[in-house]
Design a protein around this ligand. Structure first.
Ligand SMILES: C[S@@+](CC[C@H](N)C(=O)[O-])C[C@H]1O[C@@H](n2cnc3c(N)ncnc32)[C@H](O)[C@@H]1O
Length: 300
């Protein structure tokens, strides 16, 4: 792989648009700074490889002439030989949510806070590294339910992505969990993650549109269902959620913006579920709903 290259020059602020147009012919990325006391702007150009010196000199000369300024000096040097992919993985920080600690391969397990439940999950082809507020809201909700002593023998995660919520369930309650996703790639990633995190014997991962797969149906009734999808599919699936939830069971719903939470709740309330708690993180809301042990006959 060619080594990256860095150019630095200071150009008069008035000439900046002309130089930017000229330098854009080299490709690469640009960073410009603030104007200094002499009215010059620092320009850094990052290129995939060293530019042809003759072409570079011609571009600079043409731009300077067009802008009516003196030719600026250009510093040109190779970029340090860094593994950018490795560095970008390392720049994704581990996440803490309640008792959970979610980290990537490039962070050492030794950094895990003592007592944390840790999962190693890569930022790969499935959603659910814990970086999104909706996932964090669900993890906090699960932690909260466990602290309150609710019992879970069977859990279901609809829209499992990486599987992080299903893994959290089986680690908190030592239960079994079905992890369902309608994306076959996510299911493959989830299975791999389950193996890597030592929970493959308790997590069954299936390709399922909502609750459609027979393994999903066969596992019902569930004591706990998590679904971090989006408001509309959650609304559409409210009846099936209720049908798969045991009396006294809990549902953790996420993927909804706070302004959508009331509508999502209303649809589930019509199904007979009651609001237990809600968690707001940024623009996102997580709902914890409970199915009463004895449901009143409902309308709507
Ligand atoms: C926002 S991600 C959540 C991933 C993970 N559970 C988390 O909390 O981070 C939503 C996942 O739901 C899946 N999904 C979306 N609609 C679905 C549906 N109707 N049935 C099953 N899975 C669905 C997507 O493929 C995606 O992996």
């Amino acid at each position: 792989m060619p080594q990256g290259h860095h150019l630095h020059l200071d150009v008069p602020e008035t000439a900046l648009p002309v130089f930017e147009t000229a330098l854009s012919q080299l490709g690469g990325g640009y960073v410009t700074g603030g104007t200094d006391a002499d009215g010059n702007v620092p320009v850094d150009v990052y290129l995939a490889e060293k530019p042809d010196r003759g072409k570079l000199n011609a571009l600079i000369a043409t731009a300077a002439a067009a802008a009516g300024v003196a030719e600026p000096a250009v510093q040109s040097q190779p970029l340090p030989d860094v593994d950018w992919l490795q560095q970008s993985y390392e720049s994704i920080p581990p996440i803490r949510a309640g008792r959970f600690y979610v980290y990537g391969r490039h962070h050492a397990a030794r950094d895990r806070p003592s007592g944390a439940i840790a999962f190693r999950i890569e930022a790969a082809q499935a959603f659910g590294t814990g970086h999104h507020e909706s996932t964090q809201g669900c993890l906090l909700a699960l932690d909260d339910l466990a602290k309150r002593g609710i019992r879970v023998r069977r859990g279901l995660d609809v829209g499992a992505g990486t599987g992080v919520l299903a893994f959290a369930m089986v680690r908190l309650w030592r239960c079994s969990a079905v992890a369902a996703d309608n994306d076959p790639i996510a299911v493959r990633v989830c299975r791999q993650n389950a193996r890597e995190n030592g929970v493959a014997d308790r997590v069954t991962s299936v390709v399922s549109e909502g609750y459609a797969h027979r393994r999903v149906r066969a596992g019902a009734p569930y004591d706990l269902v998590t679904a971090n999808i989006l408001a509309e599919p959650l609304i559409a699936m409210a009846g099936r959620l209720d049908a798969h939830l045991a009396p006294g069971g809990y549902a953790v719903l996420a993927g909804l913006l706070t302004r959508q939470a009331r509508r999502v709740f209303r649809r589930h309330r019509a199904q007979g579920l009651v609001l237990d708690r809600r968690i707001e993180l940024g623009d996102w809301t997580t709902l914890i709903l409970r199915k009463p042990k004895h449901q009143a006959r409902r309308h709507g």
